[in-house]
Each structure stands twice: as structure tokens, then as C-alpha cells.
Ligand binder design. Structure first.
Ligand SMILES: [Zn+2]
Length: 392
């Protein structure tokens, strides 16, 4: 049985047990799922006997039907470990999800919540991967989807949104322009029609970040029910790192794993509001002029920026901002030294890990996990452009 107790507003503390909830009914703040961790009876032995990406059902508000998301491999990267001067480097490869990205996990829960809430449309502003996932899971659940994407969104995501039968609005500009058009359209709808929309962007409901927790549960199991010393993750909206930290605290609290990892955040230096907050000690402020080749991380005013910043601080981790050319070179290095195809977002985490290693953040016997968010082939054009600029 689930230990789910209800959703708690992170702004005003109000609670609701409506499992189709989106935002706080009292103040409109972000909701977060709460569990009775003291009463939770869950062991590694029990979990080891189960299979499936949603097998940690005690720690979910409900289990979505899904289409095979999760249970992604954790792949050894021995040459990277040598280069970084650490014991082990492993890459958690989220490219093995149904639409080849990490966003499938959260959107699977969102689609299930939308059905329970009698909504008929998943609607979101998105840099691409989230829209592709939303259109896929909407199709699966018999729902419609409306994705608002900036013009720079890669062709493959735009194409697959269409292939899944999703409605797509391409907005000239960047992510915040797409978000503004989404909000304008939503606010101008008659109230009855607005209720048919289920907001599917990170932190517009409690389900996107909740859906990323199993990534941590799986990493711990793949390491023999132990926390890695460190996880380096790219940060855009902040949902992934917030989910990783939540999962880590839950497993520690349940006694399944003895401790928690340091979570390190990497962002491109052309859009690094979370890193800036970590360095200055304040809360994230909107980034004035976002400019990076990594479209999925070009989120100047992230909805989960504060949650991500708090998670990194609480874990004892650090933030690192990396140059666009370095992160592209890192994606090439991983492809050539390890054979693994990683997203440019993971190139950001990899370049960040290099810088952290140079700054002495890791001991030479430590286990470091890098999070690959999506199939490297989604970013083939920009990585290849970098090769050509180097005359290769
Ligand atoms: Zn509230």
C-alpha cells in the first residue's frame, strides 16, 4: 500500500489529498507529495523481488499504467573515471525511455493524474523533450496535447509531437516567450474550457518532479543498495535534481540506504541562475540574457530554481557553470572514449564533473554518477557543428 498522505503546498503549507491536484487550492503555490515515512515498511529485499519502473509504489501517489519507462541502465565509464581521477564513473542513461528522454517518467504520472482529474488535454510550454513525452503519453491515455515550443526547438522533437497527433504552437523566440503565449492562451479561455487543460510543465503540478524520484531509487539498487558519493546532474527547470534529492532522503529515512549523495548541479554559463544563487548564497534570480547552445537548459527563470538550490545545498554539493564549447567537447569525448551517445545537457554535467574534479571536489576512490537526460542523437546537429568548427 502507498504511504502517500497528500500534497503539501511549499509556499503556504496547505494540504490536499486530491490526486489530480495541480497547484495549491489556497495560494496557487507548488505542491509536493508527502508520505508517512515513519510508518513505511519497505526493504531492499522486497524491492529486489519486484520489477518495473514504478515498483516503488509505496513512495508514489499512485502507479501509472505507463509504457515501459524507467529501469534505465547505469553504465560504467572507466576511461572517464581515469581522466577525472576517481574510483568509478557511471552514466545513468535516461535515453532508454520510450521517447528517449528523462521527461517520460514525469509525463507518465501527469497523464495518469489528468485522467483521474477528468481533464482532456495535457498542455505545456516546453523546450522539446517534454512536449514529445506529453504528446506520446496523451496519445496513450486517449487525451489531447498542446505543446508551446520556442522556434529553436530541435526538428526531431517538433516532428514527433506531430507524429503522436499532438497540437503544437511554435513561438518565435526562447522558452520564456513560449511560456508567455501558453499563459496568455490559458488565461483568455472561458473557465469551463480551462478546466479541461491539465498543466503538464514542471512544478505546474506535483507530478513531474515526483516522477524523477525512481531515478535515484534505481541508482541505489544498481550500486548494491548504496548511495554514490556524488551525482552530477544538468539543471534546467530544477525538477530532476529536486526529485533526486527527495528520493535520496526517502531511501535514507526508510533505512534502505545508509546515507545520501552529494548532488552537484551543472548549467551552461550562458544561462546559470541556479549556479549564480549557489555562488552568491541567495535565491535564484531571473537570468537577463539567456544564450546557450543547450536549448533544454535555457530556462532563465526556472519554476523549480529554489527547490533545486535548496536540494544542492542540503546535500553538501556545489554548482558549476560551463562554457558551451567545453560542454560540446565533453559530449564528443564521451562518444569517442566510452562509445556512449549523450545529450548536450549531459555534456554540461560531464564538463561540470571535470571542473569539479580539478577543484578537488572528489576523492580518488569515489563513485560519481553522471545523468544522461536524453538520446545523444537528438543533439546530433549541434555536436557535429562543433566538430566541424574544430576542422574535424
Ligand atoms: Zn499554498
Amino acid at each position: 500500500m502507498s504511504a502517500f498522505e497528500g500534497f503539501h503546498c511549499t509556499d503556504c503549507g496547505a494540504t490536499t489529498d486530491d490526486d489530480g491536484a495541480t497547484r495549491c487550492p489556497d495560494c496557487g503555490g507548488s505542491l509536493d507529495a508527502r508520505y508517512d515515512l515513519d510508518g513505511l515498511k519497505l526493504s531492499s529485499e522486497t524491492l529486489a523481488e519486484r520489477s518495473g519502473g514504478w515498483k516503488h509504489r509505496e513512495l508514489l501517489p499512485f502507479v501509472p499504467s505507463g509504457m515501459g519507462e524507467g529501469e534505465t541502465p547505469l553504465i560504467e565509464a572507466p576511461r572517464l573515471a581515469d581522466e577525472l581521477g576517481v574510483g568509478r564513473v557511471l552514466i545513468k542513461n535516461e535515453a532508454h525511455n520510450p521517447t528517449s528522454s528523462i521527461t517520460d517518467r514525469g509525463l507518465s504520472l501527469v497523464a495518469e493524474a489528468a485522467v483521474r482529474a477528468d481533464a482532456d488535454t495535457l498542455a505545456l510550454p516546453t523546450t522539446g523533450d517534454g512536449g514529445q513525452s506529453a504528446s506520446a503519453y496523451a496519445a496513450r491515455a486517449g487525451l489531447l496535447s498542446r505543446s508551446f515550443v520556442p522556434s529553436r526547438t530541435p526538428f526531431m522533437s517538433k516532428a514527433m509531437i506531430n507524429v503522436h497527433g499532438g497540437d503544437m504552437r511554435v513561438v518565435e523566440g526562447r522558452f520564456d516567450d513560449a511560456r508567455a503565449v501558453y499563459e496568455e492562451e490559458r488565461e483568455s479561455m472561458p473557465a469551463a474550457e480551462r478546466e479541461t487543460w491539465f498543466p503538464a510543465a514542471p512544478f505546474d503540478s506535483p507530478f513531474r518532479h515526483e516522477g524523477t524520484k525512481p531515478i535515484y531509487y534505481e541508482i541505489a539498487e544498481q550500486l548494491g543498495w548504496a548511495a554514490p558519493d556524488a551525482i552530477v546532474a544538468p539543471v534546467g527547470h530544477g525538477a530532476t535534481i529536486a526529485g533526486l534529492w527527495k528520493g535520496a532522503r526517502e531511501f535514507e529515512s526508510a533505512g534502505i540506504v545508509d546515507d545520501t549523495p552529494e548532488l552537484h548541479a551543472a548549467q551552461p554559463d550562458g544561462c546559470a541562475p541556479v549556479i549564480e544563487a549557489l555562488e552568491t548564497g541567495g535565491d535564484p534570480q531571473p537570468w537577463e540574457v539567456p544564450d546557450t547552445v543547450v536549448g533544454s537548459l535555457e530556462i532563465p527563470d526556472p519554476s523549480g530554481g529554489l527547490a533545486a538550490t535548496q536540494a544542492i545545498r542540503a546535500s553538501g554539493g556545489a554548482g558549476v557553470a560551463v562554457d558551451d564549447q567545453d560542454l560540446l567537447d565533453s559530449a564528443v569525448t564521451v562518444a569517442q572514449h566510452e562509445g556512449l551517445e549523450i545529450s548536450v545537457a549531459c555534456g554540461t554535467a560531464t564538463a561540470g564533473a571535470w571542473e569539479l574534479a580539478e577543484n578537488g571536489a572528489f576523492d580518488d576512490d569515489e563513485t560519481v554518477v553522471l545523468l544522461n537526460t536524453a538520446a545523444g542523437s537528438k543533439d546530433a546537429d549541434i555536436v557535429r557543428s562543433r566538430l566541424m568548427s574544430r576542422g574535424i
